[in-house]
Design a protein around this ligand. Structure first.
Ligand code: NDP
Length: 313
């Protein structure tokens, strides 16, 4: 039996962008319905301290911040569904979306805030040992490797942050950096370089993750000298960036070559009227919680104006 839900404003995604859009849309009386997707709260659910979100002088834990945002969105009347949108149909005047829980949503406007997911190296051994020592989330899985040596790949802020986190649990953290410099911000670089538990392996790529039933080590190659080495580790973490969650909109919404949704300058408007995009799904440059929240606010204001112009009250 079809389960049709009608709304003025459907929000897809539950990170800072989705919840902020929900707060603004609810306060504008759009009675938004928000679908959380597979990870309610988004990427901040797998981070520790957020120290750069304005208003928290002592920092705040990512999950706690997302819980606060959810409560704030609900306080103004956002209806939250813990389901995943699996398919969309933007061909008609009323946009349609279909959830894995069997709901068919008919929406006058849609705000896309589907965020981004971790990238993987693409090695067979990475697949084989997934959740058997291989992880893309130090905060989720680091605890399992306390007291043991681990490796982490990447040179950005994520890798630096996760290496620092792991160093609180593990005697040695091998940071595998493919170039001779880190991409991370200066403050994060300093933390990593000054942490004596973090051993940085410059110009180093991963050839193979070793082990059959669980991770036993990593085989690396020095990209300059071509020297191959093996490092015995029990945990192997990947922190090499993210991919926007936009597969759902392929062939429907304009995207750039890296699959980020394209919005019109100074707005969140996509190429489909009534469909707006915000957060990490459309932002390949800043990708911060605060900028995601900012574009979430913009999307709600754009949706409100669209509905008003359309005469939907
Ligand atoms: P980034 O894209 O910034 O960095 C990815 C890193 O992974 C780069 O060092 C890159 O190397 C390396 N890399 C990519 N592919 C491979 C590969 N196949 N093998 C080995 N290394 C690889 O991603 P992040 O997730 O670190 O950060 C994303 C955004 O989020 C950034 O804007 C960052 O500032 C922000 N962020 C902020 C935090 C904070 O402020 N607390 C915490 C975490 C993220 P190369 O440099 O050679 O390209």
């Amino acid at each position: 039996m079809s389960n049709i839900v009608e709304t003025k404003c459907l929000i897809i995604g539950s990170g800072p962008a989705g919840y902020t859009a929900a707060i603004y849309a609810a306060r504008a009386n759009l009675k938004p319905i928000l679908f959380t997707g597979q990870t309610p709260g988004g990427q901040l659910m797998i981070t520790t301290d957020v120290e750069n979100f304005p208003g928290y002088p002592n920092g705040i834990m990512g999950p706690e911040m997302m819980e606060d945002l959810r409560k704030q969105a609900e306080r103004f009347g956002t209806e939250i569904n813990y389901e995943l949108i699996e398919r969309v149909d933007f061909s008609g005047d009323i946009h349609k979306a279909y959830s894995d829980g069997g709901k068919e949503i008919h929406a006058h406007s849609i705000i896309i805030a589907t965020g981004a997911d971790a990238k993987w190296l693409g090695l067979e051994s990475e697949q084989k040992l997934m959740n058997k020592g291989v992880s893309a989330c130090a905060v989720c899985d680091g605890f399992f490797f306390r007291g043991q040596e681990v490796a982490i790949v990447g040179g950005g802020d994520s890798a630096a942050e996760e290496a620092s986190y792991l160093a609180k649990l593990c005697p040695t953290v091998h940071l595998l950096v493919r170039r001779d410099e880190l991409r991370a911000s200066k403050i994060m670089q300093e933390r990593v370089i000054n942490n004596e538990k973090i051993k940085i392996h410059w110009n180093t790529s991963t050839q193979e993750i070793l082990g059959e039933e669980e991770v036993e080590g990593v085989r690396t190659i020095n990209n300059v000298t071509k020297e191959v080495s093996e490092i015995p580790v029990k945990g192997f973490f990947v922190a090499i960036g993210h991919k926007p969650n936009t597969d759902l909109f392929k062939g429907v919404l304009d995207m750039d070559e890296a699959s980020y949704l394209v919005t019109q300058p100074d707005s969140t408007l996509t190429n489909v009227p009534g469909v707006f995009a915000c957060g990490d799904a459309q932002d390949r440059i800043y990708r911060q919680a605060v900028t995601a929240a900012g574009t979430g606010c913009m999307a709600a204001l754009d949706a409100e104006k669209f509905l008003e112009d359309k005469g939907v009250h």
